[in-house]
Design a protein around this ligand. Structure first.
Ligand SMILES: [Zn+2]
Length: 540
């Protein structure tokens, strides 16, 4: 939707493209295949007839668009790969990435059911009821009855558990199984699905005032957005905002009081399990071990979800989006990590390929103008790429660094201090570093005369006279990631430490002081964990 207009773009990409390239809209890996009709068919007065016609129209359009895939999908077509070698390829529809209503529209499955398997609606919340992929053969047999006997066709479709759809687009596609092709979707199923529900349940379970107060109390931290007005009154929360809320959601729930003096241990366990699943599902690469973790991640949720029943927030968990979690491991094994089919990466295409395109028209009979504009725009881009290739030649293939969990960090200080001169007594009063002068004296002695005993050091330090009365202060320490080659990557800040006294902003409002607690590795600590780390409070 944009400017009271609506468009229904369909995008396509091919499977054998590295995901690092696929997730960058600027690399033009996705192409616009078509704009589907957005007509609401308001001239039809019968609601059911209108819905049926809209579904049939959708399938007729996609059938037309995908027609060119039928023969090459069956017989193969000669295609040159990047190295110039010609192979016989069979282009087939492998994945279909869409939100839940579109998944239903595509598969013909009834609302409230799983678009992939035969799980009954009342078992959607079950973690272990056996399920089977929809029986494509039986469904195709039922659909083929449409030309023979109308009543028989409707009855056969109903028996197979699908709506009677007139010739769905996948019916004649070679080697296609639409139920297999429906992919999980991190944006709509997790962030805008279960996470959205979870936040709503937490809001109902705990007092909104307490949740918002806890949001305000969160210390500022790198990678965490502070919701200083709280999260209970947000409206139209985007996927990005849900992502930001997830980063501190567990912290808010721990120890929160529940009505009726119910223990909140079960709530914490359930929330943690969903967050574990959320992050495991987004791993950039998987091993058998991480997939086993993903498979097990929801077990604590199912063991503790009764807390929401006891609180009277839910009466069941028959949510299709919750059930979909059961398909994740299989789908990752089939089609790669979830990054490959997350609709988050196709959303930005709407701007380039629809909104900007519409703006270039005179807004009358816009589609033909949009098509022409896009055709020219793509030609210019291709030509520009060609010119670049002529000038620079082939790009040297970069050695691929597999993604890993590297916790190493390198400190990065700014060239100039935040405040050039701070009086030593201000260091005590404003920064709370009460023993700064004494510590500085001990440090000077320690550097000049290493090897002194603690008592000797203390004695010597008492005689040190600090010959200045101001020091420079840095209010921020940043940490950069270290890449797989062991080189500091200054473009990625992985953490930061704040150390700043209270101050006034431009409007004269007070900004409270912020002194982070840090863990200092005293030399014998590991890359992770608390062993060998000493807790320090910045400032004091
Ligand atoms: Zn299912």
């Amino acid at each position: 939707m944009f400017r009271n207009k609506s468009a229904y773009p369909v995008y396509m990409t091919i499977g054998n493209i590295p995901k690092e390239i696929r997730q960058k809209p600027s690399r033009r890996v996705w192409i616009l295949l078509a704009y589907l009709p957005t007509s609401k068919l308001n001239h039809m007065t019968n609601k059911a007839a209108r819905r049926r016609t809209a579904t049939n129209l959708f399938h007729a359009c996609l059938c037309h668009i995908l027609e060119p895939l039928k023969v090459p999908g069956e017989d193969g077509v000669a295609m040159a790969s990047g190295d110039g070698v010609v192979h016989r390829g069979h282009p087939i529809v492998a994945c279909y990435s869409a939100d839940y209503p579109e998944q239903l529209l595509t598969t013909g499955i009834k609302s409230g059911e799983c678009p992939k398997c035969n799980v009954p609606h009342e078992e959607l919340g079950s973690p272990d009821v056996p399920v089977k992929l929809q029986d494509l053969k039986a469904i195709l047999a039922a659909l083929s009855l449409v030309d023979e006997d109308f009543d028989l066709w409707r009855q056969a479709c109903q028996e197979c558990g699908i709506k009677p759809v007139f010739k769905p687009f996948w019916q004649d596609l070679p080697h296609a199984n639409i139920f297999q092709s429906i992919t999980p979707d991190v944006l709509h199923q997790l962030y805008q699905g279960i996470i959205k529900h979870l936040i709503k349940w937490i809001k109902e379970a705990c007092s909104k005032a307490e949740i918002d107060a806890r949001c305000r109390r969160l210390p500022p931290n790198h990678n965490i957005r502070l919701f200083l007005k709280g999260i209970s009154n947000l409206s139209r929360v985007s996927g990005t905002e849900h992502n930001q809320i997830c980063r501190f959601l567990l912290g808010i729930v721990i120890g929160i009081q529940l009505p009726g003096n119910l223990s909140n241990a079960r709530l914490t366990c359930a929330v943690r399990a969903i967050l574990d699943f959320l992050y495991l599902a987004q791993y950039p690469c998987h091993t058998d071990q991480t997939l086993a973790l993903l498979d097990d991640a929801l077990t604590p949720f199912h063991n503790n979800k009764d807390i929401f029943l006891d609180l009277g927030i839910r009466s069941n968990f028959n949510l299709p989006k919750l059930h979909c979690f059961r398909h994740y491991v299989h789908m990752i094994k089939m089609y790669g990590t979830t990054i490959n089919y997350n609709t988050k990466y196709t959303k930005p295409l709407h701007i380039d390929l629809t909104k900007d395109t519409y703006r270039a028209t005179n807004h009358k009979d816009e589609y033909s103008q949009m098509m022409l504009w896009l055709e020219r725009w793509e030609k210019i881009l291709w030509h520009d790429n060609f010119v670049q290739w002529c000038l620079i030649g082939d790009l040297v293939p970069q050695k691929k660094i597999p993604p890993d969990m590297d916790y190493r960090q390198a400190i990065k200080m700014t060239k100039h201090p935040t405040v050039k001169q701070v009086q030593l007594d201000h260091i005590v009063q404003e920064y709370g570093a009460t023993f700064f002068t004494a510590a500085l004296a001990r440090f000077v002695v320690g550097i000049n005369q290493p090897g002194l005993s603690a008592a000797q050091l203390e004695r010597e330090a008492a005689h040190i006279i600090i010959p200045f009365d101001t020091v420079a202060t840095f209010h921020r320490i940043k940490f950069n990631a270290i890449n797989a080659h062991g080189i500091q990557d200054s473009s990625i800040t992985v953490d930061s430490v704040h150390c700043q006294p209270s101050q006034k902003d431009k409007r004269g409002h007070m900004i409270p002081a912020c002194f982070d607690t840090v863990l200092v590795n005293e030399g014998d600590g590991g890359i992770t964990g608390m062993h060998g780390a000493c807790i320090e409070h910045t400032g004091c």
